[in-house]
Design a protein. Structure first.
Lengths: 122, 122
């Protein structure tokens, strides 16, 4: 049963629902941007941090740990000198990223309409 | 230009990008659940709070204010005795909710795979 169907039955949103934990990671402020940044690219931590902009080292590391534990991000440590670590999306992560990107692109397209609403309301 | 295309060019994620603010609201912990709860339904504040589960009055009110300011949620105050307030999705909100629901349903479907990853990692 999908989350949508559960919600329609009224029992979807039990706070204990395990989907909510994953949804929280995927839709977290930085989770969304990490998934989008890694679409079709393998990046090092510092590259990822620059790409996203405005994220602290600590929050980026935390977000990557969540997504790695969920099986969405793959972390590969290269034992070279100097050592470095690459991040990329797993197949599962690519699927998640497609959905997140569809939402983000919809927002970008709808932004003029949203901006009009904000002006009217302020 | 879509957010995806901007990101690929490398300038997508400027912290000042106005889309990021809306993305933050829509993908906020409670924003996601509010959009899903209001799909195809008009609910009062207390109904919405029960439906979501685990959200404080303060956080639900804040989330509804964000979504209302973005033009995604419509708030209608009925001047009856006792007075009450209804919340529903605007057309724009319905579009946002479809994307959010697609993501949430994907998570629900993928949860067994995600759970396997978590067990393997712990």
């Amino acid at each position: 049963m999908t989350l949508t169907a559960k919600m329609e039955r009224g029992d979807l949103m039990a706070a204990a629902c395990p989907s909510r934990e994953v949804l929280k990671h995927v839709t977290s402020r930085w989770g969304v941007l990490v998934l989008m940044a890694l679409r079709g690219e393998t990046l090092r931590f510092s590259q990822l941090r620059r790409r996203i902009g405005g994220v602290s080292e600590r929050m980026l590391a935390q977000t990557l740990q969540w997504l790695e534990a969920d099986g969405l991000v793959k972390r590969v440590a290269h034992e070279v000198v100097p050592p470095h670590v690459d991040y990329s999306l797993t197949l599962l992560g690519q699927e998640a990223a497609e959905h997140v990107a569809a939402l983000a692109d919809w927002i970008e397209t709808s932004l003029p309409v949203i901006a009009d609403h904000r002006k009217a309301g302020s």
